[in-house]
Structures are given as C-alpha cells and as structure tokens.
Design a protein. Sequence first.
Length: 393
Amino acid sequence: MDAELTARRGLIDQLTAGGSIRSDRVRGAFERVRRSAFIPGVPLDQVYADRTHTVAEAGGITVSTVSAPSMQATMLEIAAPMPGESVLEIGSGGTNAALLAEMVAPRGSVWTVDIDQRVIDRARASLAQHPTPVPVRADLVDAWAPDTAIASGSFDLVQFTVDTWTFPTWLPGVLRPGARVVAPMGLCGIGCGWAFEHDRGGLVGRRSFGGGFVAARGAGTEGEALEEIRSGDVVLAPDRDLSAGWLESVLSREAAPTGTVDSCALGAPILPQFLRLLCGPERAGRIRSASQTKENGFPGTSWMRTPVWLADDGLAVIDHRRAGDGVDFFVRSFGSDGPELAERMAERLRAWREDAGGPVLEAIPVSEVAGDAPEETRVLRRGPWEFRLRWER
C-alpha cells in the first residue's frame, strides 16, 4: 500500500476514535485530501501527526499555520458545509480550503483570503499541486478593511481560521438566509470558538469548541488585550487595572478550599465548565503558570489559562485533583473577598449540569443594539459589535 495512503488512513482512524471525525462526509473529505501537498518537505509521519505546522513567521511570531487535523475536523463537523454552498475562508493555508472544496462539491465554491502575500502564494502553489473538485480562489485581502472586496459577496458559510477579536462590519450583508459563521473567538482570555447562525441581522452561537488559532492581523487586530501581571510563577490577566503588588498580597492570604463541586472523566472537555463560569456579570480574567507547570506555581494553577473571578481584595479560581479514573473539581480562594466569591463560583459549578442548557453567544452590530442585556449576561463591546454571553436553559 502507498506509504502516504497508509499514513492518511491511520490519521483518519485516530481522529474518528477520538471523536473529531463524526460524519461520513468529513471522513470522506479527509480521505481525498493529500496533506503532503500543503506541508512539503516534511516526513510523512509528521505530516499526518495530529499537530499544528508553522508555515510563516514574522519577527519570531507565528503568523500562519496548517492547523492540527483534529481542529480542522472539529470545525468542519460544526460548520457542516453542504454540496452547492458558497464558502468564504478568512485565514488561508490551503489544506482547510481543499477540505471545504471536497465538501461543497460538485457545484459549490470556496474563496480563501489572507492578509499575507507569502501565505497566499504558498496556498496557491499547494492548491496547484492538489486539484480540487471545485476551484478554490485564493486572494490577498485584509478581511477587516472597510473597503474590502468581500463586502460585495454572498455566502452560505463564513469560516474564520484566525483568532477573531470582533467581526468585520460587512459580515451581516454577505450572509445568505440560514448562513453560518464559524470563528475562533476567545472570551476573557479563554481559547474557544463558536458556530453562529444568522438571526434577524445578528448572529447567535449555540455550539462551541475548544482551541485557538494564530491571531488575526491588519484591522482585525484592534482590541483590548488583557494586560498580564505576575507574582512568582502565577500570571493573572484581569479585566480591569490591577498591580503585581495586589496579586502578591491576595495570593499570600489563602482561605480553605470548597469541597468537590463537580466531577468528570479523565480527559473530558472542561470548556463547558469554563464557559458556565463566564456566563454572568462577575469581574473575571484568566490565570496561568508562567513555567507551564503546576508544581512551580501555587498548586492548581493551570498553564492552560483558567477562568478566575475577581473582587476588590480577593479572587476565586477553579482547581482539580485526580480521583481514581476521573477528576474532581473544587474552588480555591484568596484574599478577604475570596471566600464569598468561592462560594458563589462553587454554587454555579454545582448547578451547571442540572441547568439543562448551554452557553449562548450573541453577536449584535452596535447600531442594532436595543435595550440592556438580560441579567446573568456577560457583555463585551468589541469595536462595531456587542457580544453577549449567557447560559440558556
């Protein structure tokens, strides 16, 4: 058997067993796309490994990647491109565009755009080596620029493959009835993405996924990046101005932790719990270990960025411990205001499985916002869009 075909089938079996590939249509797309055309000069065992490949850097910063196959499969499953649909991909690399082309064939179309000429040149060259069942157009475009050519288009699916702080102003005008938008969009520093449906001029996202992408550039980079403060190995990115002295003082005063507030199987996704914590008006941020180990920070600080609630003199953060074949979660608190925060956080975590619902992220053009958001809603004003995160029961 051909070595690349063997490697491809092994990857597909791995992604299927891991739950990233769930449908025959996504599996079929992966079977027909030869990844080596988009990652040339790399050994096959690495090409077909479930990992991200950097393809462009600027000043030592990664600006373009070929996403991990599991992330590509996850986004395709949630986006569900259908035959005959018109798709816009923002953030090019070639591989994902080829997968999209397989799924919208035989009468669909794919337009992939990027702000970096090197990325577009590479995508065009790769696509020339890997013919697709429908043509893929690859163009140099700043998708957030007000005069972009995209604004005159019309699409059934818009898929962002760059981390998206806010949406372009033109987005509602290019969406066909029933159109979907899939975008990585971190909240309070927590990496996640959303599948939105077009609804009365706005967008409503009821399906989320974990992970992150390289940041958008050009006009899409404008935003309020959370400023980090540090005490020892603990790094906090709060949603308001705080000092390193404040953090050091608070961390020096730890209260007793809560009891177990939730449990799950080892390796189960934790994003639902994280989003449940963010569905509300509490002051929030993210906390992590600078050394990327739990041992060097205060125990329980995840290097993967964990949501934290903040008060004038305290913070509360979710923590976990092994329990047999699973994981138990509890809440730790610091500072004089920490215990009260911890009890509220614990109450929300105890109840989230019983809430019989899930997180909803609404995206509304600022010009269309009417009235205040409902209670227990986190409101984020990001450029020309307002985002409202709530828990829908």
